[in-house]
Design a protein around this ligand. Structure first.
Ligand SMILES: [Zn+2]
Length: 261
């Protein structure tokens, strides 16, 4: 069983024809897949004998080819676009919800969250208001991690165990707070496959970007070439650290041509 590992995929909103996205900035849209693109990825997995797992299942590191499927932010398309496709192919997934976004335009409302939960998908938490957690003083961090967990649990009526960090940002305090709150895992956005030796509080995930080809998608599922993405990510993170998160976001928006900047 040596060498068992599993790639965790990170998805966001799904684009449906004629339906406005939650945000329109280029830095947001590059993470958004049209429904047909998402469906063709799931079809590729099914046809190639891959299974799609939620976080809890993936951490058992089954021997057969599998990827973990995760969604961040709690967009309404989790239920109306992604879930039907996942059910069609018999895949599970974990949906990390931003508690404070629930019920606002474009995001799931409480009854839709219960529907997703009742369909058997795993519900996780993606903070209360989607800030960079490493920037926050302790009382605010507590609200983002502990209060957000309680709020989602109140909606679905049972405990949740999995947390993902907004923007992939976290520090040791974040992980400590998540552990104290009762989360069993924390996922970030670092480009590496996970394996039994990796801390359950520092699970890497690979963002599935809008312009990815099926060949590139299959490479990601197999964990091929992630070192290249990791190097790019590390280079980006060192610029972020040098500039600070807000200056970096401004620079990134300018480079990506965000007209609002
Ligand atoms: Zn997010």
């Amino acid at each position: 069983m040596a060498g068992r590992s599993c790639v965790f995929l990170m998805y966001h909103e799904i684009e449906l024809p004629g339906r406005p996205l939650c945000q329109s900035a280029p830095g947001y849209v590059r993470y958004i897949l049209p429904l047909e693109t998402f469906r063709s990825q799931m079809a590729w997995m099914k046809n190639s004998g891959w299974r799609g797992l939620n976080v809890g299942e993936a951490l058992r590191y089954p021997a057969e080819p599998s990827v973990c499927i995760t969604f961040d932010d709690g967009c309404e398309t989790d239920l109306i676009a992604a879930a039907p496709v996942l059910r069609e192919f018999g895949f599970d997934a974990t949906f990390y919800l931003t508690a404070g976004f629930l019920g606002t335009p474009g995001y799931l409302n409480a009854s839709q969250v219960r529907d997703l939960d009742a369909q058997g998908f795993q519900i996780g938490c993606h903070s209360m208001t989607h800030p960079y957690l490493s920037d926050l003083p302790d009382p605010e961090l507590k609200r983002e991690v502990v209060d957000a967990k309680l709020q989602i649990e109140k909606i679905i009526g049972h405990p949740i165990e999995h947390f993902s960090c907004p923007g992939g940002r976290y520090d040791q305090r974040t992980l400590q707070m998540a552990r104290q709150a009762g989360f069993a895992t924390v996922s970030n956005s670092q480009f590496h496959a996970n394996s039994p030796g990796i801390s359950r509080y520092e699970l890497g995930r690979v963002a599935v970007l809008r312009d990815l080809t099926i060949a590139e998608f299959s490479d990601i599922c197999r964990g091929r070439g992630l070192w290249k993405k990791r190097l790019q990510y590390q280079a980006r993170r060192s610029v972020q650290r040098a500039l600070g998160n807000s200056a970096y976001d401004h620079l990134r928006a300018v480079l990506l041509g965000d007209p609002r900047q």
